[in-house]
Design a protein around this ligand. Structure first.
Ligand code: TRP
Ligand code: ZN
Length: 489
């Protein structure tokens, strides 16, 4: 992140004093130049006052060196309101995004991530703001500097044909993907920008309200819960959804199309919502039942379910993959087996409730979700995790998986098999080393301590050592950070 120079740091303090003392923490009333100069002991109109008035531009990236332009610096989003109207026939989206954020510096200018579209208008705290486009950065210059720590609201009006990221060499096609009857919306790692302007990195989670308008007969699905019934007027239906728990941008969805639905509750009373494209009619009950059953099981193993509902969606877009969209995992063009459902639902705890701060720690998502598949197999009386581990471990020492250290996911090969399988093997090696009681206590504690928050690998290693009372750096070094087959642990 940008380092403040000594002089600017002094100015920032002065502004803080001025802002709190004179006007409270409100962006719209934050024009505190004269007050600041007095608080700072310097005369109005001198260089200091001018400088604070100008503030600093927020960074174009949130500070993940592997994805330098993902997310943005200088503010923190608390809430998105996404108003989206989509016409599947014309593949046309028009949207109004309202971002409620808090400045983390004096902000003279800031970015949002947005890919494609024509931006019609941007306002900050209700006043028109200047804006420009540069690659995937929408650069916004408010009419006045936003003081550090103050809340502000940005509204962006935009429209155009959404363009998902297509056939990226290591990430495939993702983002807002138009389908014959709507859209399949799966945005990992940075495809949220293909459908709304925001802070597109998991290190800035926020709450979401969705208002989605589609032609009558089309169903619009999003994260969380429906608010009221859909409203149809003039051949269009508006669906309102709300995700009231913090959510990473890549987990947000507005998948639309023709869907058959089943709603109810799991055995312990968690809301369960399943939706399938009519082509997968025959899979609706199985998806509903398995999702319910697996959510119940993970609640016992990992701790209480973190969100307001569980379930899943099968669309007919032939992605061939699944994504753990918060509360509604999506399966693209296949009928998921219970192993895949177990994987995506485990992500609700590992990846969704607990989010990685930087992409290099991706094994904290994928290694855990893959290990969950092994636990599910063991639970069902199929192959034990131990047996699956041995099988995978038996792979020849020259195999690719041993050349890729999973504890440091590579930006040009993020979703490498090693991050998944060797990540899962790491957890099994740990389980062997510390024993079942400590291992399962660790999984639950890890979740409880970071619920709805952010995590990094060193934090996991530290907790594993704390709970087991063992020194584990050798184990983690061998399994996560060494590009060769581990032999002892
Ligand atoms: N996280 C997904 C899983 O393992 C895989 C995935 C990576 C993905 N990038 C994606 C899915 C983009 C959909 C879109 O469950
Ligand atoms: Zn996964």
């Amino acid at each position: 992140m940008i380092m403040a120079s000594g002089r600017l740091a002094v100015v920032a303090t002065a502004v803080l004093i001025g802002t709190i003392g004179a006007t409270g923490c409100s962006a719209s009333r934050g024009d505190s130049g004269a007050t600041t100069a007095v608080a700072d002991g310097s005369a109005p109109g001198d260089e200091v006052a001018v400088e604070q008035h100008q503030g600093r531009a927020g960074a174009a990236g949130i500070g993940d060196p592997d994805f330098p332009n993902d997310g943005n610096g200088g503010y923190d989003v608390g809430h998105y309101r996404l108003k989206i109207e989509y016409d599947p026939e014309r593949k046309h989206l028009s949207g109004v995004t309202t971002v409620e954020a808090k400045a983390t510096q004096n902000l003279s200018r800031f970015d949002l991530d947005l890919s494609g579209f024509t931006v019609g208008k941007v306002t900050v705290n209700g006043a028109a703001a200047r804006f420009s486009r540069s690659g995937d950065e929408l650069v916004v210059t408010p009419s006045r500097t936003i003081p550090d720590r103050s809340a502000f609201t940005v509204e962006v009006t935009y429209a155009g044909q959404p363009k998902p990221v297509r056939n990226s060499p290591n990430l495939g096609t993702y983002g807002f993907i138009p389908t014959s009857d709507g859209a399949f919306v799966t945005s990992e790692p940075n495809g949220a920008r293909t459908w709304f302007p925001g802070n597109d990195h998991p290190a800035d989670k926020a709450r979401y309200d969705f208002e989605i308008t589609v032609p009558e007969g089309v169903t619009a699905l999003a994260n969380g819960e429906q608010v009221g019934s859909p409203v149809t007027q003039g051949g269009k239906t508006t669906y309102t959804w709300r995700e009231s728990h913090p959510m990473a941008s890549y987990l947000a969805t507005v998948t639309m199309g023709r869907f058959e639905l089943r709603e109810g509750k799991t055995a312990s009373g968690i809301k369960n919502f399943a939706a399938v494209d009519p082509r997968y009619s025959g899979s609706l009950n199985e998806l509903y039942n398995q999702s319910g059953r697996i959510t119940e099981y993970w609640s016992k193993v990992f701790g209480p379910y973190p969100f307001s509902s569980t379930g899943g969606v099968i669309d007919d877009f032939p992605a061939g993959y699944a994504l753990e969209n918060q509360t509604k995992p999506m399966y693209g063009g296949f009928n998921p087996g219970d192993d895949v459902i177990a994987h995506e639902l485990a992500h609700q705890w590992f990846g969704d409730s607990l989010s990685i701060r930087r992409w290099k720690d991706l094994w904290l998502n994928e290694g855990f979700a893959t290990y969950a598949e092994w636990l599910w197999s063991e639970h069902k009386g199929n192959a034990s995790a131990e047996r699956i581990f041995r099988n995978r471990y038996a792979v020849d020492s020259g195999a690719a998986i041993w050349k890729y250290a999973p504890g440091r996911a590579k930006p040009d090969d993020l979703f490498n098999d090693s991050v998944y399988t060797r990540g899962a093997m790491t957890l099994h090696a740990l389980r062997q080393r510390i024993g079942d009681p400590a291992f399962f206590k660790l999984l639950k504690t890890w979740n409880a301590e970071h619920r709805y928050g952010y995590v990094t690998t060193p934090e996991f290693v530290a907790l594993a050592e704390r709970i087991s009372g063992k020194q584990l750096d050798g184990l983690f070094d061998a399994w996560l950070f060494t590009a060769k087959k581990p032999t002892t642990w």
